[in-house]
Design a protein around this ligand. Sequence first.
Ligand SMILES: [Zn+2]
Length: 92
Amino acid sequence: MNALAIAVCRSCGRTFFPLPLACRQCGGSDFDSVRASAGTVEEVTEVTVTRSRIGSVRLDAGPVVVAQVGQSTKPGDRVELVGGSKITASRI
Ligand SMILES: [Zn+2]
C-alpha cells in the first residue's frame, strides 16, 4: 500500500492531485511531492454495474480525490487514503 502523494506548487503553495503540467494559479512548473492520506468524504456514489461505491474525498491538504469507499462510508466520514493503480479510502 502506498501513501498518496500530492503536488505542492513551489511558487504559490497551491496543492494538486494528480500532478498538473503547470500550476493553474500561478503557471509555475516546479512542484514538491507531499504525502497526504487523511481527508473527509464529501459525496458517495453507488456504481451499480460494478456493485462498488466511489466517493469524493477532500484531503486535509486541499485537493479532492475520487476513491473507492466501503459500503457504510457516508459524507462527513473521516477516511485514510492509500494509492496505487486504484485509490482506496478506509474510515478512521
Ligand atoms: Zn503556483
